[in-house]
Design a protein around this ligand. Structure first.
Ligand code: BTN
Length: 268
């Protein structure tokens, strides 16, 4: 495939082929924006529809988890955010992040033949290197969820990695040895996200938990979890009913982790 033919994302192709009930019925496209999550949050506040999809060719303030930057070179990767207005209990809320990770990992695997895995909560890794990430931002009004933004970044055709992430990140092109067309991949991933979310809303997290554990690079491993200035070490043994990670420390005590950065200490 000639990569330069596909340097601009064709939203008309995405609209034509997307078989979803609500995600991507409306697509807001930017040649460049600060962050698709910021744009989708603003649209959420303005009352835009459930499923509105914001996509950009590049981001000048791409946001990663835990306040990090998301490197967003132009015309080579996927950066998109989905505005969601689910009527769900707060117990299910924590599972949206794990459901999205499962959907993306399965979607990448079935579309490319790669064997990606998920690292808690929702990093997508290939051979231990990060190929995609998810940033979920919830907007609560009083005690009720007004909307949430599910932001997805996938390293598709990028070949240049800044020094800081050079040994930690990879891309689909780097792993396959050739570029791929972004539109059909995006369609495949979005359809998978909607399916996985609908299954979660209608049948609850039990079967999702099993799927997540099968794809997981975290469960069963000795890990160190950094939470702000603190680090907790232990063996990752399970996910609790809220989607939190359960660690068993060396003193036998268990602790639940709601947010943090997981580093694998040694593979067991
Ligand atoms: C992570 O740190 O793993 C999460 C990365 C999420 C990046 C995506 S790119 C599209 C959307 N807009 C953002 O600013 N961030 C998310």
């Amino acid at each position: 495939m000639n990569e330069s033919r596909y340097d601009k994302l064709r939203t008309e192709l995405i609209l034509q082929s997307l078989r979803t009930q609500y995600i991507g019925k409306e697509i807001i496209y930017f040649e460049s924006t600060d962050s698709t999550n910021i744009r989708a949050s603003l649209l959420g506040e303005k009352g835009c529809e459930n499923g509105t999809l914001v996509v950009s060719e590049t981001q000048t303030n791409g946001k990663g988890r835990l306040g990090r930057e998301w490197f967003s070179p132009q015309h080579s990767n996927l950066y998109f955010s989905i505005l969601l207005r689910p009527s769900i209990s707060t117990q299910i809320l924590g599972w949206i992040s794990l459901a999205s990770g499962v959907a993306l990992s399965k979607g990448i695997n079935s579309y490319t033949g790669l064997e990606s895995r998920v690292k808690w909560p929702n990093d997508i890794l290939v051979k231990g290197k990060k190929i995609g990430g998810i940033l979920i931002e919830t907007h609560i009004e009083g005690s009720r969820l007004s909307h949430l933004v599910l932001g997805v970044g996938i390293n598709v055709n990028m070949t240049h990695f800044p020094k800081a992430i050079a040994t930690l990140a990879t891309s689909i092109k780097k792993e396959l040895g050739h570029p791929i067309q972004r539109e059909p991949l995006m369609v495949h991933l979005i359809e998978g996200i909607e399916r996985q979310l609908e299954a979660l809303y209608h049948t609850g997290p039990e079967s999702l938990a099993d799927e997540w554990k099968l794809l997981s690079d975290t469960i069963g491993q000795e890990v160190s979890v950094t939470i702000g200035e603190k680090a907790i070490q232990g063996r990752a043994i399970d996910i609790d009913p809220y989607g939190a990670l359960i660690l068993k420390k060396s003193d036998g005590e268990t602790t639940r982790i709601l947010a943090g950065d997981v580093v694998q200490l040694r593979r067991i």
